[in-house]
Design a protein around this ligand. Structure first.
Ligand code: NDP
Ligand code: KPL
Length: 346
């Protein structure tokens, strides 16, 4: 086995959790993060992973981008999607000529990564476990969740098999796929709904359980499903979340069961609210709205698919970011009204 560390670029909720598990298992890891006091905590007193899955503290080697030297074959990118371009600019000089960047993020970051470092140096990954960064050296690991890895072209290469083996150290049910974009689009359908839940202060579960909000989840799911289908993507899901129920022409009925399942699934995590809610309500910072959801509308326009609910969602999120609207049922109601009238005129 190589002794070259896996570089994890962005050591917050996702990158930090992965790094702590790998380091504990003896896999060489080096965290890179811009938060200097987090970096110091990780490499000195250690990174505390807490929550219902496991509690442990692990010292993990860590540096800031300025302290990093050398080149690396395997870089796991785990910054928020809005920071992807800046992170890529900083990491590119450290990526070996025959190395790759694996995106452990939400959204379609693989497109940006491939443009920057080349498709051959990009690997796709879908992560759906729940975690929150609580402070320097402190991460809540709220629930286990799907972890899927695959080459962008679907090849079962040696390097993707190796990353699958490594990811299985963290998540024993990790999946190796030949359709990573299918999983990423499936998560976009769920992710759009998570953005909707963040318009209020209610938990993900309370949002999904409220019948008056159902038109929103169904409309968002269907808009993402329409864009995915028009682009020739076969979307894949996790648990009982099957994005195929939101595909054009899918029979009515199973969508409602899917949302009921999401209400139950999201009630079983110590991470009660999405990362988007956390950015707005706790971190008071911009979300991944444009990078993760805005891109769906842009890709939809390219293939003639309109996405009015997704566009309204992004603008409502932006209004909250800019302090022009509160996080409240009133704000969500703007979207509920549009989705209700769309379904009655359809
Ligand atoms: N948290 C979760 O449960 C889940 C998250 N995801 C996705 O995973 C990705 C990562 O999210 P998450 O781990 O929650 O985010 P976090 O904010 O917890 O972690 C990202 C870390 O990267 C740092 N960072 C930002 N820019 C750079 C940079 N240029 N170079 C190095 N480090 C940088 C951040 O610092 P700073 O905070 O100062 O910006 C932060 O410490 C996102 O795409 C998210 O949507 C997917 C599934 C679940
Ligand atoms: C809710 C979760 C953890 C997916 O399960 C997520 O992706 C997020 O917080 O953005």
């Amino acid at each position: 086995m190589t002794t070259e560390p896996i570089l994890i670029w962005g050591a917050g909720a996702i990158g930090g959790t992965l790094g702590a598990y790998w380091a504990r298992a003896g896999v060489p890891v080096l965290l890179v993060d811009i938060v200097a006091d987090h970096v110091v905590a990780c490499r000195t007193t250690g990174l505390a992973i807490t929550g219902p899955v496991e509690d442990f503290r692990q010292v993990v080697p860590a540096v800031t981008p300025q302290e990093l030297t050398g080149t690396y074959s395997r870089i796991v990118l785990a910054v928020k999607a809005g920071a992807t371009e800046a992170a890529l600019a900083a990491l590119k000089p450290h990526l070996a000529a025959d190395g790759f960047v694996l995106s452990a993020q939400n959204g379609l970051n693989e497109i940006t990564i491939a443009k920057t470092v080349g498709e051959a140096r990009t690997m796709g990954c879908f992560v759906n476990f729940g975690a929150d960064w609580h402070g320097p050296g402190e991460i809540l690991y709220g629930n286990r969740g799907a972890v899927v890895v695959g080459e962008l072209n679907g090849a079962m290469s040696e390097r993707v098999r190796e990353m699958h083996r490594l990811l299985a150290i963290f998540e024993p049910d990790a999946v190796l796929t030949d359709n990573i974009y299918g999983y990423l689009w499936g998560k976009l359908a769920y992710g759009a709904m998570l953005f909707g839940t963040a318009l209020t202060n209610d938990s993900m579960s309370a949002n999904f359980a409220d019948p008056q909000r159902l038109p929103v989840w169904l409309t968002l799911g269907r808009e993402v499903g329409a864009v995915a289908a028009a682009r020739g993507v076969t979307s894949l899901g996790f648990g009982e979340f099957d994005p195929a129920v939101f595909a054009p022409g899918a029979p009515d009925g199973p969508q409602v069961e899917t949302i009921a399942w999401l209400a139950d699934y999201t009630s079983k995590t110590a991470k009660t609210h999405s990362g988007i809610w956390r950015d707005l309500a706790v971190r008071k910072r911009k979300t991944e709205g444009q990078a993760q959801i805005g891109i769906i509308s842009r890709l939809g326009r390219e293939v003639g698919v309109a996405t009015p609910a997704l566009e309204l969602l992004v603008s409502l999120i932006q209004d909250i970011e800019d302090g022009h609207r509160p996080m409240s049922l009133g704000t969500l109601k703007v979207l509920i009204e549009q989705c209700r009238s769309a379904s009655t005129t359809a």
